[in-house]
Design a protein around this ligand. Structure first.
Ligand code: SF4
Length: 320
């Protein structure tokens, strides 16, 4: 069955000028589709540009190059009407549930704020929705009259999720939503996100560095390295047939509770640090750490190509 595209990124880059004529290339020439109702996991080491990509897709950062199409229409976030409409349809749940909630606002007001901004419902209906949303995320209506500091980390993340849901979005960027939480709470939040997706058909971009979590929640996975998209495939496929040397190294460094996978696992070990994204060198971004690097890798940037059905990788090696 043909999947319906919700968002298309076409050659999207994000650069930051960092002084002295230097440019930090946080996101480099990324093209991909996000399909309606799916969870696209974005993984990579810290500093690989995955959160910046999430913010570009959200319209929090303007892309330096490239275009973003949402529901078939090219986004122009300089137009106030488009920006407002997109700000409702696309929501974000942040990593840090401590920093992302205004400590001086009551929880009910935090959740209602988006509905007020977007002029949704009358005051009474908004209040009713606040109560419903609190219950939807596993809290209760009495919590509306408390301040964020009265809650645990997991509860605050539930409040952050209720705030995102309040404006009836279609697309939610989950930016490492569980990395600041205790392990015992993480699976509760993941299950909540999965249940909400089942009930409401949300489309997620789920950003994380924990590959086990990403596998559990994602339909497809995109691997990023130094601002570049290096591999993209269905979740099962990418774990069963990992193609890119960087993805192999990333997966090899994660203990996987699967004896079959463990036995056949490639043993590439990541050496050295991620190079600086400031004024990046030509060629493959992974060349300095790749055990298979060839002369060509230092001069020519590998393009993302379809190596297996719906499985894309950017590497000069001959692959299957
Ligand atoms: Fe390694 Fe070359 Fe492939 Fe880059 S293009 S991942 S350096 S083999």
């Amino acid at each position: 069955m043909e999947r319906e595209k919700l968002i298309t990124l076409d050659h999207v880059s994000k650069h930051f000028h960092v002084g002295k004529g230097q440019t930090l290339v946080a996101v480099n020439d990324i093209s991909l589709d996000i399909y309606k109702g799916e969870t696209l996991g974005i993984v990579g080491e810290s500093g690989c540009g995955k959160s910046t990509l999430g913010r570009v897709v959200m319209g929090i950062y303007e892309a330096t190059k490239g275009t973003i199409t949402f529901e078939g229409k090219k986004l122009d976030l300089r137009r106030a009407k488009d920006k407002m409409e997109y700000a409702r349809k696309a929501q974000i749940v942040f990593q840090d549930p401590y920093a992302s909630l205004n400590p001086r606002m009551l929880v009910g007001s935090i959740i209602a704020e988006g509905m007020e901004i977007h002029n949704m419902y009358d005051r009474e209906k908004r209040q009713e929705r606040v109560y419903e949303l609190l219950e939807t995320v596993g809290l209760n209506r009495e919590h509306a009259n408390r301040f964020p500091h009265e809650f645990s980390g997991g509860q605050r993340q539930r409040i952050g999720i209720a705030r995102a849901l309040a404006v009836e979005p279609e697309f939610i960027v989950c930016d490492e939503p569980i990395s600041a939480l205790d392990v015992s709470i993480q699976s509760q939040i993941i299950n909540l996100l999965k249940d909400l997706q089942k009930d409401h058909g949300f489309t997620y971009m789920f950003i994380a560095h924990d590959l086990n979590i990403v596998k559990y929640i994602s339909d497809r996975i995109a691997v990023m390295y130094l601002g570049n998209l290096v591999e993209l495939a269905d979740s099962e496929e990418i774990y069963a047939h990992t193609l890119h040397p960087y993805s192999q190294a990333l997966l090899a460094s994660v203990p996987i509770p699967d004896p079959d996978r463990e036995a056949g696992k490639k043993t590439v070990v990541l050496k050295g640090d991620v190079p600086s994204p400031i004024n990046p060198k030509p060629g493959c971004p992974f060349a300095g750490r790749c055990p298979h690097a060839m002369e060509k890798c230092r001069t020519e940037s590998p393009q993302l190509k379809e190596v297996r059905p719906n499985h894309f990788a950017a590497c000069h090696l001959e692959m299957e």
